[in-house]
Design a protein around this ligand. Structure first.
Ligand SMILES: [Zn+2]
Length: 465
């Protein structure tokens, strides 16, 4: 069934590229309030397209604040699986502008890539998802599966309104699984399918060693210094090689399966080259590979540390107060609350008598999300990529966090797989973001093949595990 659809998409390639470029020309930067009218323009364009291709229930899902999501569905395949197809229409700011080789909101093709902000994150893959549905409807009059397109407008700012939107439009968002156009490939060398990301939570701590700063000549050497104490506290979190020393941190993590380690090992990674990209040196538990450390294992990372005098020249002060920002990436199974409690207990236990510690949670915790290893969506997607690439494809976990997938899992019980087409070297969030035309062409084949293969299963089979 997908052959005619793939042929149609190939035939329409220029028109589809034109629609992608039109979307890329809209600077839909969600974090910047003065760009609100551009966010509106992106929604208007998408609403029009979803209506034009023949979707039902096309509408904005407005959570009452923030950026509404764009929605449209096609549910004419009774007995077949229903998938939320996820994409997002917002992008990161283009700054620093002077580092772009062509204007960020004027898509430009060079060396087989489209350069524009949002090209790979994630208007490219989102466009492919929409066009796949459009092509099935145009060519065969229906889709092999039921589809609910959910195009978010706040992915780049951490999905702050997603819970409100899902709660309010729950009746529209029931599904058997989520297929995300976000979340790209893990490797240039082997094809990968995204099966989850790590969780994340963060805290700011304040340490006080006194009621006011002291003179370093009068009190130094005889009274505690807040900066020294916070440094010792932070240093107590890891050993010299980077093993985390916080008791009970990760005690609730799902044990890493042999299959997960094998999948991590199957995706090639040159550790020296990886570290050279940031001029960094190896750190972390030597019993794990870099890929394992960055996808399967949790972290505790110091993100900021300040206090005392940091201006020009010197000041002989004994600081009474010091601050640090800490975030944690959580591996599957870890509860953000328990991770926070373990950190809290460790910091308390290591704070000397007479020194006060305050902790203020800086971000709402998100747990890791994981597509089960035996999920039919994964099996079918791996098969599709193997057919296209002529070599084995592998499931891959991301080191970052994908809040929307965790939110859908928590609120709707829906598992997610990411089938995006961005490559690790596409410079997402950075100047000169690009999207390979080869990835664009791959998507115009892989997405319809995936839809067709999923349509070969009944809803019952899909959910039987
Ligand atoms: Zn992004």
């Amino acid at each position: 069934m997908s052959d005619a659809v793939i042929a149609h998409l190939a035939d329409q390639r220029d028109a589809i590229l034109g629609r992608l470029n039109a979307l890329l020309r809209i600077p839909s930067v969600s974090t910047e309030p003065s760009y609100a009218h551009h966010m509106d323009a992106a929604r208007t364009m998408l609403l029009a397209r979803l209506t034009e291709i023949g979707l039902d229930d096309v509408q904005l899902l407005d959570g009452g604040s923030g950026q509404p999501a764009v929605y449209g569905s096609w549910t004419g395949a009774p007995g077949k699986p229903t998938l939320i197809v996820y994409g997002h229409y917002d992008v990161q700011p283009a700054d620093p502008l002077e580092l772009w080789h062509s204007p960020p909101f004027e898509p430009t093709i060079r060396d087989g890539r489209i350069y524009a902000r949002g090209a790979s994150d994630v208007k490219g893959s989102t466009t492919i998802a929409i066009e796949t549905v459009a092509a099935f409807l145009a060519v065969t009059g229906g889709c092999p599966i039921n589809v609910k397109l959910f195009l978010e407008g706040e992915e780049e700012v951490g999905s702050p309104t997603a819970r409100k939107i899902i709660d309010k439009f729950r009746h529209l968002l029931t599904a058997d699984a989520m297929l995300s156009a976000d979340g790209g490939k893990a490797s240039l060398a082997v094809p990968t399918v995204g099966i989850g990301g790590r969780g994340c939570t963060g805290v700011e701590i304040t340490l006080r060693t006194g009621t006011k700063d002291g003179h370093s000549g009068r009190y130094g050497g005889a009274a505690r210094n807040a900066l020294r104490e916070i440094s010792a506290l932070i240093a107590s979190l890891h050993d010299d090689q980077g093993r985390i020393l916080v008791a009970d941190f990760g005690a609730d993590a799902t044990p890493i399966s042999n299959a997960a380690r094998a999948a991590a090992a199957a995706i090639p990674m040159d550790e020296a080259e990886y570290l050279a990209q940031i001029g960094g040196t190896r750190w972390g538990d030597p019993n794990y590979t870099v890929r394992e450390l960055t996808t399967l294992r949790p972290t505790i990372e110091l993100n900021g540390l300040w206090g005392g005098y940091t201006g020009a020249g010197s000041k002989t002060v004994l600081p009474a107060e010091a601050h640090a920002k800490i975030t944690m990436r959580l591996s599957p199974g870890m509860s953000p609350d328990k991770a926070m409690a373990a950190l809290h207990a460790h910091l308390r236990a290591h704070t000397p008598k007479g020194v006060t510690l305050e902790m203020q949670q800086e971000m709402g915790g998100t747990a890791a999300n994981s597509l089960p290893e035996d999920h039919p969506l994964l099996r079918i997607a791996l098969g599709v990529l193997q057919t296209i690439h002529g070599k084995q494809a592998f499931p891959a976990r991301a080191g970052g966090s994908i809040p929307i997938t965790t939110i859908f899992k928590e609120m709707m019980g829906i598992d997610a797989m990411t089938f995006g087409l961005a490559m690790p070297d596409d410079d997402v969030h950075a100047p000169n973001e690009s999207f390979r035309l080869s990835a664009f062409d791959e998507g115009l084949r892989s997405w319809p093949m995936l839809f067709s293969a999923l349509g070969g299963m009944s809803k019952e089979e899909f959910n039987r595990r």
